[in-house]
Design a protein around this ligand. Structure first.
Ligand code: ATP
Ligand code: MG
Length: 226
């Protein structure tokens, strides 16, 4: 992470000084899709961030028990594939290394130790932003970082008025990991909704196949294959 960050500062912002500006974009990324990537690159650009880390949740505690979560290392491999050739985006494994349930307050503390002089920005879609008051030690999150929110398609949400939100306008892409998982189950294409390197990881690792096997494509309507 160090190398890429310093390289970006040299190449993208010649002569700029001041503290490192680091975006933290947390998620389950099950799988990572173009909505995540378009958000990350546009927030990075709008706020002149040196880098945005797509931080892979180890155990997304708010989602636990609601569905099967793909193993963290497989989700990390997909995020690494997604950001590999994108300037200024990085895959973060800090929450995986910390282990246990992932709390943004802890993640920011670790990033703060790694980059003591950095200015941290926590980036969230509006659905996640609306849930901020339910986050573990949300007060720490707000004091340790600037809060950045992007709108997602759909109903506008109510945000906590106590927080000095930075709104960044990004293209509204009606893509979600939930929809992508449903597509896999139905045998519908993922092309262009996830990038080709991510699709390759899904195929190579045979991810989401179990769900697909449990509901073979079109089985109810088409009958058994010959
Ligand atoms: P799921 O449907 O499984 O909840 P998701 O698509 O919402 O998946 P997450 O990993 O839950 O993806 O989200 C990580 C972060 O990315 C959250 O802050 C979420 O609001 C944001 N995000 C997800 N999809 C988009 C999108 N299409 N545009 C902007 N932000 C998004
Ligand atoms: Mg989500």
């Amino acid at each position: 992470m160090h190398d890429r960050t310093s390289h970006d500062r040299d190449s993208d912002a010649p002569g700029r000084s001041g503290p490192l500006r680091l975006g933290m974009f947390g998620g389950t990324f099950d799988p990572p899709h173009v909505g995540h990537l378009v958000t990350a690159v546009n927030v990075r650009h709008a706020l002149a961030l040196d880098a945005v880390v797509l931080m892979v949740a180890n155990v997304p505690w708010q989602k636990e028990g609601t569905r099967t979560i793909t193993p963290a290392l497989d989700r990390l491999a997909m995020v690494e594939a997604a950001v590999r050739d994108v300037d200024g985006l990085q895959a973060g494994r800090h929450e995986i290394d910390l282990g246990g349930p992932s709390f943004t307050a802890d993640t920011l503390a670790v990033l703060g130790e790694e980059f003591p002089d950095a200015e941290l920005f926590t980036i969230v879609g509006d659905d996640a932003a609306a849930g901020l008051p339910t986050w573990e030690r949300s007060g720490d999150v707000v004091t340790r970082s600037r809060m950045v929110v992007v709108d997602r398609p759909g109903q506008a949400v109510e945000l906590s008025g106590d927080v000095d939100w930075i709104h960044v306008e990004v293209p509204h892409l009606d893509v979600s990991s939930t929809d992508l998982r449903a597509r896999i189950v139905d045998g519908r294409p993922l092309d262009y909704l996830v990038t080709a390197p991510v699709l390759r990881v899904i195929e190579e690792r045979g991810l989401y196949r179990e769900e697909a096997n449990a509901h073979p494509a079109g089985a109810e309507t088409l009958g058994a294959p010959e």
